[in-house]
Design a binder for this molecule. Sequence first.
Ligand SMILES: [Zn+2]
Length: 214
Amino acid sequence: MNEQKKKSKIIKYSKLFEKNKFSPIRSGNISIRHKRKNLDGFLISPSGKRNFELSSKDIVFVSMLGKAEKNKTPSSEWRFHLDLYKSNYCNAIVHAHSKFSVICSCLFKEIPAFHYMIALTEAKAIKVAKYSLYGSKELSKSILRAIKNSKSCLISNHGQVSLGDNIDQAYELAEEVELLCEYYYYCKLYKEPKIISRKEINMVLNKILNYKKG
Ligand SMILES: [Zn+2]
């Protein structure tokens, strides 16, 4: 995909943030891995703009050295995007302050295997990264720890991060994670939900991972 197409995808999904009230107003950010000439890096949404107002010229290229292109300011949370790309976990990242991911990130230490679709994250639970100041190196480290061997995590008192081999996958996973958080929240309101056994969730994981490969 060329640079312009990637920028269009970032804008399309940023607008959906607002349209679907998924990550309202200026919250959340989206990036896609990108190589500009010989420079490895990623394209990311800018700092401080309303999601539905973004246009192509607002999207910022940041190199793998953490340097943003001239006269542009990337999202204040660019650092964990950089560290995730360095760790080679993904080609696209969606970070959202989606309602139930925020609520669950404030209430719980993890979302366990209460529903088999948890396996869409390629893990048996959605972990919650420790709270730190947004944009900080500490927060980035906590996110990397929580998302290890998974495609998604929550960030304590903040929101969620979902990864994908491409942006469409990353956004779809972010939507799935939001739904799972909503289900879990309502289950917990009533009582402690039943948890799927390790053996059963492993069977789901194998099935999903084989399906993805196939
Ligand atoms: Zn955030």
